[in-house]
Design a protein around this ligand. Structure first.
Ligand SMILES: Nc1nc2c(ncn2[C@@H]2O[C@H](COP(=O)(O)OP(=O)(O)O)[C@@H](O)[C@H]2O)c(=O)[nH]1
Ligand SMILES: [Mg+2]
Length: 455
């Protein structure tokens, strides 16, 4: 059994996705530089997979091997029997002149001698050229177990079969297709299982790491679902009162607070999944710079999500609901009426009435309508689903497919109940973070989890 961390070297040709793979394993888009052109990674850079401060795995990212054909010639010219590959490599590393000439390569070879195992990353779209076979030959001489990682296998140009065949010919049978930009827990598990099968001594270390990762993912998802549930409860229970004449301004201000509340939720989700703020511009997450391009209060946005908006007497959705406090009647005409309240207007009034000091005729209660709540829930749960599956090397935007989370069926009971509990919303003045609210958040979280898990 090994008492020290596993040293894992990531090697391969330039631009095959080595740094991307490390990012995905680390769950960090902050590691190294990823670029379309070659030679971005010039030095060996290391980082750790640790549990409670204890390092379990050391990851080493390396510069690409660029000059394998010449290197193999140089190795062959060195003195000594032909099968003594390891000695020749040690010789090359120790020779100042050769070292200087094969700068990148000798660093990689040194790393190979130090590491316990190497991941050889392949761009599967590339034909199996001789230079790659030379690379494999040299790496093979280092005497360390190697797992071949076929990247870009999702591409139509992938030549996965040819690569598998070529790898088998050099007796490399540990091969795995692993798209570095997609986070697929099952493939990641298989990768570690392969490593474990090649290194018995490190099996317990790897098992501990996998267990930690499972727990971490579970906790993260729980926290993320609670974040969404809290936002939804906050907004379902959010209400304001205004004089009828001033309701447009009041509604404008409310919309602003709703947008901010949603943005806070997006920020928390991105932080939880460690997509750094500075990366958002590049990552285009979930739209530009972590902001939704579509406005919450736009009917087009609702339509994109397949949320029916035409059910309320032809009044535009994405508006607030207005209930006349004095009469309990609904006010029409200014466009601030929405559906959810029609059925529950009287109840709403009662609950809000309690919080009102002045029951003046002509006063209205404004709330977020049901269509907007659906939209908020749908896009946050969709964002979460995308973040869970997103690799940290991903450079493309998250695309929302746009589907109402509840399929246009009724909102969950707990959200409808929240409408009558203004004290549950942290946006309302009389907010109390009581047990009832906590239970409501828990219940909604569980329901959201079911929706997240059913594809
Ligand atoms: N579509 C796709 N692009 C990838 C994948 N892995 C890496 N890339 C892209 O390929 C380029 C090179 O990746 P990088 O990690 O810098 O390669 P390295 O030179 O081997 O470290 C970057 O533009 C990455 O965004 C992948 O699995 N799928
Ligand atoms: Mg790199």
């Amino acid at each position: 059994m090994s008492e020290r961390p596993l040293k894992l070297a990531v090697v391969g040709h330039t631009n095959t996705g080595k740094t991307s793979l490390v990012r995905t394993l680390l769950r960090s888009s902050e590691f190294g530089q990823v670029a379309d052109r070659g030679g971005t990674t010039r030095q060996i850079t290391s980082s750790c997979l640790s549990v409670n401060g204890e390092v379990l795995v050391e990851l080493f990212d390396s510069p690409g091997l660029e000059n394998a054909p010449e290197l193999i010639e140089a190795l062959e010219e060195l003195p000594g029997p032909r099968h003594e590959g390891l000695e020749r490599i040690a010789h090359l590393i120790g020779d100042d002149h050769l070292r200087e000439h094969f700068d990148h390569e000798s660093r990689v070879l040194e790393l190979m001698l130090e590491a316990d195992i190497a991941l050889y990353v392949i761009d599967a779209r590339e034909p199996v050229l001789e230079k790659y076979q030379d690379e494999l030959d040299i790496l093979g001489q280092c005497g360390k177990p190697i797992v071949a990682v076929l990247n870009f296998t999702a591409s139509p140009a992938s030549r996965e079969a040819q690569w598998r065949d070529a790898l088998a010919r050099v007796r490399l049978h540990s091969v795995l297709a692993f798209d570095a930009v997609v986070r697929d827990p099952a493939t990641e598990l298989r990768l570690f299982q392969k490593i474990s099968s090649l290194l018995d001594d490190f099996a317990p270390v790897i098992e501990r790491w996998l267990e930690h990762r499972r727990d971490e993912e579970e906790q993260r998802a729980t926290a993320a679902l609670a974040t969404i549930a809290e936002m939804l409860i906050d907004l379902a229970a959010f209400g304001d009162t205004a004089a009828e004449a001033g309701q447009d301004i009041a509604w404008e201000q409310m919309q602003q607070r709703v947008r901010q509340r949603e943005q806070a939720c997006v920020d928390t989700l991105l932080d939880l999944y460690r997509f750094g703020r500075e990366d958002r511009e590049d990552d285009d997450l979930p739209t530009s710079g972590g902001r939704w391009d579509d406005d919450l209060f736009d009917t087009e946005t609702l339509r994109h999500y397949g949320i029916r908006t035409g059910t309320w007497a032809g009044i535009g959705a994405g508006t607030g609901a207005a209930v006349d406090v004095g009469t309990g009647g609904l006010t029409l005409g200014t466009g601030t009426l929405a559906g959810a309240v029609i059925g529950t207007g009287a109840g709403l009034l009662r609950s809000f009435g309690r919080t009102l000091t002045a029951r003046i005729r002509g006063q209205v209660v404004l709330m977020i309508d049901e269509a907007t709540l659906r939209l908020l829930a749908s896009r946050q749960v969709e964002l979460l689903g995308a973040l869970i599956r997103r690799g940290h090397a991903s450079q493309t935007p998250v695309r929302t497919t746009g589907a109402d989370l509840w399929d246009n069926r009724r909102l969950p009971r707990i959200l409808r109940q929240a409408r009558h509990h203004p004290e549950w919303s942290s946006l309302n003045p009389g907010h109390r973070g009581n047990d009832e609210r906590r239970r409501a958040v828990d219940r909604l979280s569980r329901q959201l989890r079911e929706l997240l898990e059913t594809p």
